[in-house]
Design a protein around this ligand. Sequence first.
Ligand code: C2E
Ligand code: CA
Ligand code: CA
Length: 761
Amino acid sequence: MAEAPAVPLPDHEDATTRHLVRVAGWAVVLIGGVIGVLLMFDAPVQPARVALNFVAGLVGALALLLARQQRWTQAAHLLVWGVWVSVSLVAARNGGVNGPNLLNYPVIIVLAGWLLGVRATLTLVGLTALLFMGFIWADIQGMFKPLQVANRVAGAVYLAGILVLTAAATLLSRRNYMNRVLEAQHTAANLATSEAALRKLLRAVEQSPESIVITDLHEGIEYVNDAFVQRTGYGRDEVVGGASASFSSNGLAPAQREGLRATLARGENWAGEQVNYRKDGQALIESVVVAPIRQPDGRVSHYVELKQDITERKRAAEEIHRLAHFDSLTSLPNRSTLMERLQVLQGRAARLPALQHALLLLDLDRFTTFNDARGSEMGDRLLCAVALRLSEILPPQGLLVRVAGDEFAVVLHGLGADVSLAGTHALVFAEKLQAALLRPLLLDGDAEEAQLGASVGITLYPQNASDSAHDALRRAGTALHRAKQAGGGRAAFFEQGMGEAAEQRFRVERELRQAVSAGELRLYLQSQVDVQGQLTGAEVLVRWQHPRDGLVPPGMFIPIAEESDLIVSVGGWVLAHSCAVLAQPAFAARRLRLSVNLSARQFRQARFVPQLCALLAASGADPQLLTLEVTEGLVIDDFDDAVAKMRELAALGVDISLDDFGTGYSSLAYLKRLPIQEIKIDRSFVHEAPTNADDGVLVEGILSVARHFGLRVVAEGVETQAQADFLSQRAPDIVYQGYLFGRPEPSEQWLSRLVPAQVEP
Ligand code: C2E
Ligand code: CA
Ligand code: CA
């Protein structure tokens, strides 16, 4: 049996046991001693019997000694086994299964059962049984004094019965002293283990390299570990009792704090990054988990904050990103950023197939010469100055990168769906880049200035679904090469033809801007007549008297002007001059009307109506004689706003005419709801009406709808008598406009023919 530590049992539990040990000890001492003394007076004296009884008495005395020292377990063992051994020796000496000493065994077994527990008792019973089998065998061999057979049998049966009964009784009393000692030992061991575990846990928290903060439910700090103290620089007594918001999570934005509280209120963990502040004000980036601490009944009693310092990791990641994506000399993004961006744009193109972007590759002309002449340090300074200059004119959506050496690239985003327009934008920007570099660059630390031309290669991107960033870069490179070959200082497109078209557009736009103020626009008028051939008015058609190209028709520049606010100034010029024409006395006297074309962008200007009002008032023109020609496109975008403005115009007395009628797709649907007074049948229908049955029917339809709504009808592009007759037969009050009655002519010329009519009475 294992050595039992001195485990105190509850008093009421072991008082009986202690008594038993003491009583049994004294009994053994007395019995052994008294019998030993008595045997000394027996004749003849048997020294072995005397000695054995004294040995038994000695065992009892030793047990009592151990009991005094509170060593109850040893005392119990000594008592039971010592007595058993001495009794057995006495029995062997007395002739085996014989004599009064047999009565000792049940007493010993019961004592063992009570004091030593089941295992010891079973061992004791087993040994006793073996011993007696030995006695019986020795008896049969005649080793003992001969006994009567009846005596032998009675002794054996008696012994067997005693053994079984005492063993059974002992086994039934399980809650004996030893078992309880074992249990107590067990509990103590458990307690020791859990205490050790707790100590370990506490050490782990205390010495954790991560900050640990425990707060109460009101975010008051109750505990911080060493890592927190070291990391933040706050002393433990400074923070314990304070609010988490002022020491532990003091960098949390109010919105983030609200989110944290809401998450904890739901009983969930919150995880996130915080930028907190040390006592000295330095920022600390921490990856934080805040978790509720629950008691065994499930109630949340505290919160624990686990904080990992990721400041260095973040900084390293940023540095790696910077090194990978930025050029160390100019701090501009580098080539890999360019490739990534182009790939992203290609990815978006799958969703928006129409959107165009431009890639411009810029290379400094004669940079190598500069570098050789002034040294590479000055070369580096020049590159930095170039980077700065170029970034100043970069649009917000653009990307400027240093590709390599003296090569820079620009990505212009979202230039619209129109390829040629996107090309124009790219070209305009390329010229802007070149112009920016032509202004002298001041080189840091050098009194001198530098000035370098640059060549630019341009390509549009993506050109198809499988276009790649590498392809685009290669195209731009080819274009750049071409620009360099042409002598430097130039911009070239990769797409052949795109260059010319874009250049043309670009030139028109640039020159037209000057043309308005330079007075190069001309007002042309084309007559409108009724079926009797009587003049009813005219349409104003603009022309551009170009100093180099001669008279430019509106089809060449109005669409370009309409793509920008340029149309507002062109249209404004036309309106102002039309009002001047309309103010001529002949118009009022003969009630002639003047029709002016109006672009959607012009009409959408917030101040369009008041500005027209002012023009009419300043010129003295009669608003009742003015018609504005608009197309369906004007109402499609914002129907309500368009209708509201038309109503304002109607209130002034200005008429609205729907131009190019029939070419749109929902003309009839709009017609009912638009406050208009006139429609103009498009010349394509007029041309075919007499010869093409379909067009004929269409024109008839338009005429009957117009009649239904009480609208005036002007037929555009009437060139032949047949066309005129077809129309007049179906609409006797129609107005003609077309070469049959007169081509557009300069307003002065048109007006001069008007004067004689006016002098008639
Ligand atoms: P539009 O408003 O449909 O103008 C009628 C066009 O038809 C004019 O072309 C006119 O010269 C042409 N035309 C007239 N009679 C005949 C004919 O019998 N046969 C043929 N084949 N054509 C005829 P134009 O002057 O070249 O003007 C073209 C377009 O330019 C105009 O079409 C109009 O949309 C626009 N435009 C002209 N002036 C202005 C303006 O001041 N402002 C705005 N916003 N647009 C203008
Ligand atoms: Ca027109
Ligand atoms: Ca028209």
